[in-house]
Design a protein around this ligand. Structure first.
Ligand SMILES: C[S@@+](CC[C@H](N)C(=O)[O-])C[C@H]1O[C@@H](n2cnc3c(N)ncnc32)[C@H](O)[C@@H]1O
Length: 420
């Protein structure tokens, strides 16, 4: 059987991927597929090809990345954003020179959600610039095309889709008014990208650190720390918050927003646990050429107040689950849990509610109950990707590495099956 270890090592060095996070079988399959695509006889020949061909290394990276993402993923992060940006007392209309970064941006849903959230909150386009970076050129091409299928729209609050997308035969096409806010670039988070450039007021770096081992996480956080302004905000994924506290970041205390600011200790370059990361070359970003995409006539935007999920006042009384989410966003965890339980009593079992309750329990530090809620979500909906990932991370945190890997393999099989 092929020895996949050298390939795993190469992927760790180049993109930071810890093969354990997606499973060696996924890396093995990717190598076999590429080897066949290159019409090479064996792994040794493919290894040599990788050594001499940067485009082939990129192909291998494309074969292992997990581009799973959707619009307004963890909506509380987007709801918190405008509020945090205006904490200096200036209204959105008076803000200027704000710089935001989404890294990794995957197929674009995250940076476009940032644009929609800020547009909705009243920020003028001239007030800010959103950079979006990913290591996958395929994901970036998708992002620039900006036409999305069902998987990109999850949850029940999809008013933003009616407002900012046009339904076409190929999927929902994002209007130009949003697309033009975002500049996409190819880059590697571990290359100290943009080290020479201006710093950022806001960085969204969500759901990538979970694919790195501890030393690489430390290295990535050092890069983010360098890119973030002293009073800037860093948003991470739900399972990545503990890492930031270890690096001296201080939580905004908006539980489901996962927003952090540099604390006094985070400003220094010292790293708490891992050995100093090796110096990596600073690579200048290569702007991605716009994908050929027919710019059909776009409808004019009709301002309707409730377009963004959970940002504007709803026209009708919110459901128990919306209330639960909102309470959780505001840090009222006990009340949020009570609303989830009431919802379950009234409407019966629901994977989404069990998952939310799991997040609330997790944020309250009740790991045992959180795991149980995630399991219930998976019992009802075995393909609930977030529940799989959150439970995997919880198991890993509690020392059950084998269980965590099993779930992560399920999650990555799911992703591959979705063809995203
Ligand atoms: C699961 S998606 C996360 C997307 C988005 N931030 C979100 O939370 O929905 C992970 C993305 O990380 C990208 N990625 C992996 N390693 C990277 C690296 N070293 N530098 C930049 N992007 C990377 C992958 O290409 C993939 O698109």
């Amino acid at each position: 059987m092929m020895d996949v270890a050298p390939f795993e090592q190469l992927l760790k060095q180049t993109m930071g991927l810890d093969a354990a996070s997606i499973g060696s079988a996924v890396v093995r399959r990717a190598v076999q597929e590429r080897l066949a695509a290159c019409q090479l006889p064996d792994a040794q020949a493919y290894w040599e090809r990788l050594g001499s061909s940067a485009p082939e290394l990129q192909e291998l990276i494309e074969a292992v990345v997990v581009p799973e993402t959707w619009f307004f993923r963890d909506p509380a992060s987007f709801a918190a954003l405008a509020r945090l940006l205006c904490e200096d007392g200036r209204p959105p209309q008076a803000q200027t020179g704000l710089r935001l970064l989404s890294v990794p941006c995957s197929t674009g849903e995250e940076p476009y959600s940032l644009a929609m959230a800020l547009l909705e909150a009243g920020f003028p386009e001239s007030a800010l610039r959103i950079d979006a970076v990913d290591i996958s050129t395929r994901a970036l091409a998708w992002a620039q095309r900006a036409v999305y299928g069902r998987n990109s729209f999850r949850g029940s609050d999809l008013a933003f889709r009616d407002r900012y997308f046009v339904a076409t035969a190929g999927g929902h096409s994002l209007v130009d008014e949003v697309r033009r806010w975002v500049q996409f670039r190819h880059g590697n988070l571990l290359d100290g990208l943009m080290a020479e450039a201006e710093l950022y007021d806001v960085i969204f770096c969500r759901n990538v650190l979970i694919y790195f081992d501890r030393a690489t996480q430390d290295r990535a956080i050092a890069v983010l720390k360098r890119l973030l302004k002293p009073r800037g905000w860093l948003f991470v994924g739900p399972s990545e918050t503990a890492l930031l506290s270890d690096h001296g970041f201080v939580s905004a205390k908006l539980p489901l927003a996962f927003a952090f600011r540099k604390g006094p200790a985070a400003g220094s370059e010292t790293k708490p646990r891992a050995a100093r990361a090796p110096t990596v070359p600073v690579r200048t970003w290569t702007p991605v050429a716009p994908a050929p995409f027919p710019l059909a006539a776009r409808p004019r935007l009709v301002p309707t107040p409730a377009a963004m999920p959970r940002a504007a006042a709803p026209a009708e009384a919110p459901s128990a689950i919306d209330r639960a989410r909102r309470l959780a966003d505001q840090g009222h965890l006990a009340d949020a849990a009570a609303h989830c339980e009431a919802h379950l009593r009234q409407h019966g079992p629901s994977a989404g509610v069990f998952h939310l309750l799991g997040l609330v329990r997790d944020a309250s530090g009740n790991e045992e109950d959180a795991a149980e809620q995630y399991r219930k979500a998976l019992y009802l909906e075995p393909d609930h990707h977030e529940a799989l990932i959150h439970l995997a991370l919880l198991l890993r945190k509690r020392g059950d590495e084998a269980g965590a890997q099993r779930l992560q393999r399920r999650a990555s099989r799911l992703h591959q099956g979705s063809g995203a």
